[in-house]
Design a protein around this ligand. Structure first.
Ligand code: NAD
Length: 448
């Protein structure tokens, strides 16, 4: 099939390259000409494992190209996906980019005698595709639905494992408002054997939010219990977690008697809070939607409240050892919101470093790939931070090391002499006894 994708960020680019890898002809459209130039030179503008290789492979087969001209791209296709950003504006998603793209597609539909299915892939609140997106296309085209098609195909990829998630998904949700769009989406995803669920567009939209809201709830629940353990003292939350993980409802037995250890258990480990471009934004959006409808949204409020204050736990616990961190030197390891990505949106490190700077600490920071994005996100206060490449060498100069992102290379900390240092393991990467000579501190475990 020939397909166009509008918006070539983390979702649009990975989707485009993976759809091409399955044999479709894909044009990824973006308003940013630098992104388009880079992609047509085979150089992805985002960091994602396996992406450069896959991009190069699909380009060499003539299955992928990037473009700024939407009209030229639409000439070739009968299905166009929207993967533009839906950033949060005071807890409500900003549909500016979705509506702009919908209007541009609408203008094309208005001046061409051709049926095109417009499929939203961006995360949008339930009722967006079948009301505001539909209205924007109708207004710009002067034509009424169903003279164009409408679909919603939420994306569940996780940055850092995005290619694998897209190539081997656990499910494909196909939200459709018309039979032609359903048929086209079936053809598009025919190369995939994953479970496919056919629903209407607003159900597809809510599946995405329900999924993320439930995962975020699990994280905040264990974080709240971890904070309780830290307040009580004499308990390491990881011992509690291990006990909970032995419940067969969380961790069933396989037929051979071993434990299945499902991935969901990794969401039941305490840390300094969830971040990234999805969980915080999506939980806020669903809360705002509920409140607009007059619902109390107690659960979502609690999930967000716990998460907002979770990075502060890092400082609360450090302050047991150093009641005044002013003038102390701190090295923050990991700036991306999770390992294997350069995305720093809503990263816990942003909040941790903000607090450290506000309290007068001297901050050095390292990340294998995200320092550039982090500097941009931090703005002027980035000048107050020493960004280092050689984090091992920097350890000699600091009082405190905070592991804020679980990058694999930080595992080598266990082989480094940390005599006289305080090591704060915000992601529970190490066993407390594993680090040589360090005073080990973490979430859910108060020592002092
Ligand atoms: P992003 O910010 O990385 O990319 C968006 C891209 O859209 C940018 O490159 C921007 O230049 C481009 N754009 C904006 N308006 C445009 C227009 N009119 N025409 C062409 N291009 C335009 O965003 P993202 O992280 O890829 O997220 C996209 C959507 O997918 C969001 O709704 C997000 O919530 C959702 N989502 C993201 C993830 C993730 O892990 N990042 C996972 C699942 C779903």
């Amino acid at each position: 099939m020939q397909i166009a994708i509008v918006g070539t960020g983390y979702v649009g680019l990975v989707s485009g390259v993976c759809l091409a890898a399955k044999g479709h002809h894909v044009t990824c459209v973006d308003i940013n000409p630098d992104i388009v130039t880079r992609l047509n030179e085979g150089r992805p503008h985002i960091y994602e494992k396996g992406l450069p290789e896959l991009l190069s492979s699909v380009r060499s087969k003539g299955l992928f190209e990037a473009a700024t001209d939407l009209e030229v791209a639409l000439d070739k296709v009968d299905i166009v996906m929207l993967a533009v950003g839906t950033p949060s504006e005071d807890g409500v998603i900003d549909l500016r980019f979705v509506l702009e793209a919908a209007r541009q597609i609408g203008a094309y539909i208005g001046s061409h005698d051709k049926h095109i299915s417009v499929v939203v892939k961006s995360t949008v609140i339930p009722g967006t595709t079948d009301t505001v997106v539909r209205a924007a296309i109708e207004e710009a085209s002067g034509k009424s639905f169903p003279s164009f098609g409408l679909g919603m195909n939420p994306e569940f990829l996780r940055e850092g494992e995005a290619i694998e998630d897209f190539i081997e998904p656990d499910r494909i949700i196909l939200g459709c408002e018309d039979a032609r769009t359903r048929q086209r989406l079936e053809t598009l995803y025919a190369p995939w054997s994953a479970d496919k669920l056919h629903v209407n567009t607003r159900t597809a939209e809510l599946i995405k939010y329900a999924n993320n809201a439930l995962l975020a709830t699990q994280i905040s629940a264990i974080n709240e219990i971890a904070n309780l353990a830290a307040s009580l003292g004499g308990i390491d939350i990881m011992d509690v977690v291990r006990g909970v993980h032995l419940d067969k409802r969380w961790n069933p037995f396989a037929p051979d008697g071993s434990r299945v250890s499902p991935q969901i258990l990794t969401y039941l480990v305490p840390g300094c809070g969830f971040g990234g471009s999805c969980f915080p934004k999506d939980v806020q959006a669903i809360r705002s939607l509920g409140e607009q409808l007059g619902l109390p949204m107690n659960m979502m409020n609690a999930v967000l409240d716990v998460n907002d204050s979770q990075p502060k736990q890092v400082l609360n616990i450090i302050e047991h050892d150093f009641p005044d961190v002013a003038g102390k030197s701190v090295l923050v390891l990991g700036l991306a919101f999770k390992p294997e990505t350069d995305d720093v949106r809503e990263s816990a490190s942003l909040k941790i470093i903000d607090t450290l700077l506000a309290k007068g600490a001297k901050v050095a920071a390292h990340d294998p790939v995200a320092s550039k994005n982090f500097k941009k996100a931090l703005g002027a206060s980035a000048d107050e931070i020493l960004f280092v490449d050689d984090w091992k060498r920097q350890i000699a100069n600091v009082d405190v090391v905070i592991v804020a992102t679980k990058w694999k290379q930080y595992e080598t900390l266990s082989g480094i002499d940390l005599q006289g240092k305080l090591l704060f393991d915000a992601r529970r990467m190490f066993a407390p006894t594993e680090l040589t000579n360090a005073a080990y501190r973490s979430i859910g475990r108060r020592v002092a």
